[in-house]
Structure formats: structure tokens, C-alpha cells
Design a protein around this ligand. Structure first.
Ligand SMILES: Cc1cc2nc3c(=O)[nH]c(=O)nc-3n(C[C@H](O)[C@H](O)[C@H](O)COP(=O)(O)OP(=O)(O)OC[C@H]3O[C@@H](n4cnc5c(N)ncnc54)[C@H](O)[C@@H]3O)c2cc1C
Length: 374
């Protein structure tokens, strides 16, 4: 094996899947996460089949599926609530798995964190990577707790606000997409049993994904800045949902002031033309390819990254060659996702009568490509 002792930086989807996959292959893993608390609250997440495939490969899917809600279709509506279509979604993880699963992020995280602990990973919460030194045969990680430990490899999975990205020499930085999103975890009706999207309303789009027997994760895609109208979070979401009907009437009418909700500007980043690694340090996940969540492929790409990276660096061979091969393979796949997602962002902002149909084509083509072997 090219590596036997690895530091993973960041305990999001990328870092957790990397830590589990490496530990399962017999690598000694240390994971540093700057947050002091790891389990915690979180929004809903739509996990496409290719994410489920990775979770299945590491033995996490069955545990996640107990709480999540699997489904195979996508329903589209007019803003007035009339159904436009109910269409199948490509099974990007194979026919044995649902095409998609909605879940609470905290439930997904809990399964991965429990596995990390069970596998004996050395977890250091409240600890950051502050720098590193590449040596002849290993790399020294400089950590915020004052320690300077040596590893065969550092995998930096520190998200869109990555500091490791700059350390390895990547100059790309995150950019605004021109979109903002309100999200809430709230009640759903039984017939809201797959993802639903409403087009043509006053905002860019409204949608929901079922995440359990009785809950959904609902969202409104809107302008990137929150208006200064003095409304509470819940009242602002109610206001934005006023122009959407059908199931969205139910969401609006049942929204509680203390439902978990927030607004965020959507940003993106694509470090396509720069190396993701410097000696024995590689940056991966959202830290190098954060895409707006318009095809719900962010988490899927991150989990593929992490699983494949563990597979590459546990092969025999020269580590630099293996990291270069990994990077080339991942860049080809994530390029399609990031570029198509940015095309969808343009269509959202441009609007017009043809944009819904064009967006459907791009989404279908991307999901079809994700169903191909990686
Ligand atoms: C609004 C929104 C909705 C989305 N919806 C979906 C969806 O439905 N489906 C989907 O698949 N994807 C979705 N995504 C994308 C998905 O959330 C991301 O692609 C994915 O979570 C990124 O995982 P990551 O582990 O790379 O980064 P992160 O989740 O950001 O994790 C990085 C971790 O590193 C830690 N960290 C940072 N710096 C340091 C440091 N120096 N030292 C130690 N630790 C550090 C952070 O605390 C964090 O825990 C969405 C994204 C957004 C913005």
C-alpha cells in the first residue's frame, strides 16, 4: 500500500467517507475537525443514487435507509399547483438501490461518525490544520493544538471555505452563483412521496424532498440577498411561498416558527485547471468542486471522491503517480456536474418559457451520465 498512516482534515461527508474507507482498508487514520461538536442539527439532504452506491460499498446505506426515505421519481408542478409531470429518475447507484433518498443530514452524519469510532479512527474535535511541511518520505501536519505529527498523506476535505486549498497553491476561490436559498425541515403529506419542484412562480423555484415518514425538506430558490423587510425567518418563508400552491399550500400553512430553517447565499467553486495536490497533501470534496445544489450532486460527488481516493492511495505504487491518476479521473467526472449545474443556474436566472424544458434536459443528461461507471 502506498500509504499506511493518513490524516483526514474535516469531518463532513468527504472526510467521513474517506476516513471510513481508509480504515476499512487497514490504514491508520487520524481525523481532525475544527468544530467542537460533530453530531448536531442539520437540514435535509437529497442523496442521489451514486451517493447511495458509495454508502452501500462502505456498509453504511442499510443503516441510513432506516431513517431516510427512498424514492424513484420526480414530480413537477406549475406554481398554481397543477402537476406537469411525474417522471422516473435514473438509478445512478444501480437498480438495487433507490434512485434517490431524502434524509436528515444529522442522521447521515451519525451513521458515518459511529462507523468512524467503531473502526478506531483517532478523532480530534476542535482541532484545525494550520500548515504542513512535506518531507522526503512523509509529511508533517501542524495542528492548532500545537502538535506536529507525521503522516504518509494528508487528505484535506475542509469544504468550500477550505484553508488547505490555498496552502497547496490553488488560487481559485468561491464565487456567488446569483442565487439564494431558504430551507426548512417541516411536515409533509403522505402523497408528497418523491421530490417535487414548482416552476413559473414569483421566485426562481420552490421544491421539497421527503426525508422521513412525515417530514420533508422544503426550499425556495430566490435572490442571493435577504430583503430588509423586518420579517421573522418563518414569516419570510411564508411570504416567499405565497405564490406557490397545491402541496406548497400545505407546507406554508403547517410551517411552525420553530421549524429548523435558514437562508443562505449559494456559492460555487471549481478548481479545474490547478493541481489538487502538493507532495503528500491532497485537497478534495467541496474544497475543490462545490456546485450549487440544482441537481443535488454535491454530496454524491464528495462521497465518490472520498471512496475512490481511499481506493487509489491503498494501491501499490508511487504516491504522486496515484494522486495524479486520481485527480485526472475525478476532474473528468466533476467537470460535467459543475458545468451542467452552472448552466442550470443561468437558466434559473434567465427564466423564460423554454428554460424549464431546457433545465429538464440538462438534469436528465447529467443523471444519465452519473449512472455510468465511475
Ligand atoms: C444550500 C445547499 C444545499 C445542498 N443540498 C444538497 C443536496 O440536497 N444533496 C447533495 O448531495 N448535496 C447538497 N449540497 C452540497 C453538499 O452539502 C456538499 O457538497 C457537501 O456537504 C460537502 O461536503 P465536504 O465534506 O466536502 O465539505 P463540508 O460539509 O463543508 O465539510 C468540511 C468540514 O471541514 C471542517 N473544517 C474546515 N476547515 C477545517 C480545518 N482547517 N481543520 C479541520 N476541519 C476543518 C468543517 O468544520 C466541516 O465540518 C448542498 C449545498 C448547499 C450549499
Amino acid at each position: 500500500m502506498a500509504v499506511k498512516n493518513v490524516l483526514v482534515v474535516g469531518g463532513g461527508i468527504t472526510g467521513c467517507v474517506a476516513a471510513v474507507s481508509l480504515a476499512q482498508r487497514g490504514v491508520k487514520v487520524t481525523l481532525v475537525e475544527k468544530a467542537h461538536q460533530w453530531y448536531g442539527v442539520g437540514h435535509g439532504i437529497t442523496l442521489q443514487g451514486n451517493a447511495l452506491k458509495v454508502f452501500n460499498l462502505i456498509g453504511a446505506y442499510d443503516k441510513m435507509a432506516i431513517k431516510g426515505q427512498g424514492f424513484n421519481e420526480l414530480e413537477t408542478f406549475t406554481a398554481g399547483g397543477h402537476q406537469i409531470a411525474r417522471m422516473p429518475i435514473a438509478h445512478a447507484g444501480g437498480e438495487d438501490l433507490p434512485a434517490t433518498m431524502g434524509a436528515l443530514r444529522s442522521d447521515i452524519q451519525t451513521v458515518l461518525v459511529d462507523m468512524i469510532h467503531d473502526l478506531g479512527v483517532d478523532v480530534r474535535l476542535g482541532t484545525e490544520l494550520t500548515g504542513y511541511t512535506n518531507n522526503a518520505s512523509d509529511v508533517t501536519a501542524h495542528l492548532s493544538d500545537g502538535s506536529n505529527d507525521n503522516f504518509d498523506l494528508i487528505i484535506a476535505a475542509d469544504g468550500i471555505n477550505s484553508t488547505a486549498r490555498k496552502m497547496v497553491g490553488i488560487t481559485h476561490d468561491k464565487k456567488s452563483s446569483g442565487l439564494g436559498i431558504w430551507r426548512v425541515v417541516t411536515k409533509r403529506k403522505p402523497e408528497m412521496d418523491c421530490s417535487g419542484l414548482a416552476f413559473g412562480g414569483p421566485e426562481y423555484k420552490a421544491g421539497y424532498t421527503p426525508i422521513s415518514e412525515d417530514l420533508c425538506y422544503a426550499f425556495v430558490l430566490t435572490k442571493p440577498q435577504r430583503p430588509d423587510n423586518g420579517l421573522s425567518d418563518a414569516d419570510e418563508m411564508r411570504r416567499l411561498l405565497e405564490g406557490y400552491h397545491g402541496h406548497f399550500d400545505f407546507i406554508r400553512e403547517n410551517l411552525k416558527d420553530d421549524d429548523y430553517m435558514n437562508f443562505t447565499e449559494i456559492e460555487w467553486l471549481w478548481a479545474v485547471d490547478e493541481s489538487w495536490h502538493d507532495g503528500r497533501v491532497i485537497v478534495t470534496g467541496d474544497a475543490v468542486h462545490a456546485c450549487p445544489p440544482l441537481i443535488a450532486q454535491g454530496g454524491a460527488q464528495c462521497s465518490e471522491d472520498a471512496y475512490l481516493l481511499a481506493e487509489y492511495v491503498t494501491r501499490d505504487g508511487d504516491l504522486d503517480d496515484l494522486l495524479t491518476q486520481y485527480e485526472e479521473r475525478r476532474k473528468a467526472r466533476t467537470d460535467l456536474v459543475v458545468r451542467n449545474t452552472l448552466a442550470l443556474v443561468d437558466l434559473e436566472i434567465k427564466g423564460g418559457p423554454e428554460s424549464g424544458q431546457e433545465a429538464g434536459k440538462i438534469m436528465g443528461m447529467t443523471m444519465g451520465a452519473m449512472a455510468q461507471p465511475w
